[in-house]
Write a protein that binds this ligand. Structure first.
Ligand code: MG
Length: 173
């Protein structure tokens, strides 16, 4: 049985979405995380540039309007996304949110990696997110943690990211 939509209601229509991604690490020269290229002795393996931060955030944004996930919009089987810069995916998700009447309030990405160190690149990453999404840097958070050397991520076999996005809807322009 369908439930009645509670709108119109007096509360702002603020919605939250989350996203998660992980990619394998293989021998290489750099990783791209949250849009920033960091020299490293490994690279992230994937059909695009494998930027786990942007992929997780793309899913989080899509989730705020139940628009599926990154794989629905950019199938890994489609050769046109081979080696693609992942800001394309995030920009697309932001456009879907805007078209649905959403205004992005804030985004938050946590990178889970033993290496490389994220701290020196954090502001550049936040600036990259702000530029892609068209919101201020203070609304873009990037955090990092290690996996305490345990498990696959702790063994430097991969890097994971989780992301959260908050969007207020009802601002159709
Ligand atoms: Mg991915």
């Amino acid at each position: 049985m369908a439930h009645e939509d509670p709108s119109p209601h007096p509360l702002p229509d603020v919605r939250t979405g989350n996203g998660y991604d992980v990619h394998r690490l293989v021998d290489g020269t750099h990783v791209t995380l949250c849009g920033v290229e960091i020299p490293h002795d490994q690279r992230l393996d994937g059909h695009s540039d494998a930027d786990v931060g942007l992929h997780a955030l793309t899913d989080a944004l899509l989730a705020t309007c139940a628009a599926g996930d990154i794989g629905d919009h950019f199938p890994p089987s489609d050769p046109q996304w081979h080696g693609a810069a992942s800001h394309i995916f995030l920009s697309h998700a932001a456009a879907i949110v805007r078209d649905a009447g959403g205004v992005i309030l804030n985004v938050d990405v946590t990178l889970i990696a033993e290496e490389p160190k994220i701290g020196p690149h954090r502001l550049a990453m936040r600036s990259a997110l702000a530029g892609i999404l068209g919101i201020s840097v203070e609304r873009c958070s990037v955090k990092a943690t290690t996996h305490e050397t345990i498990g696959s991520i702790g063994r430097r076999e991969g890097i994971a990211a989780i992301a959260t996005a908050s969007v207020v809807y009802g601002h159709r322009s």
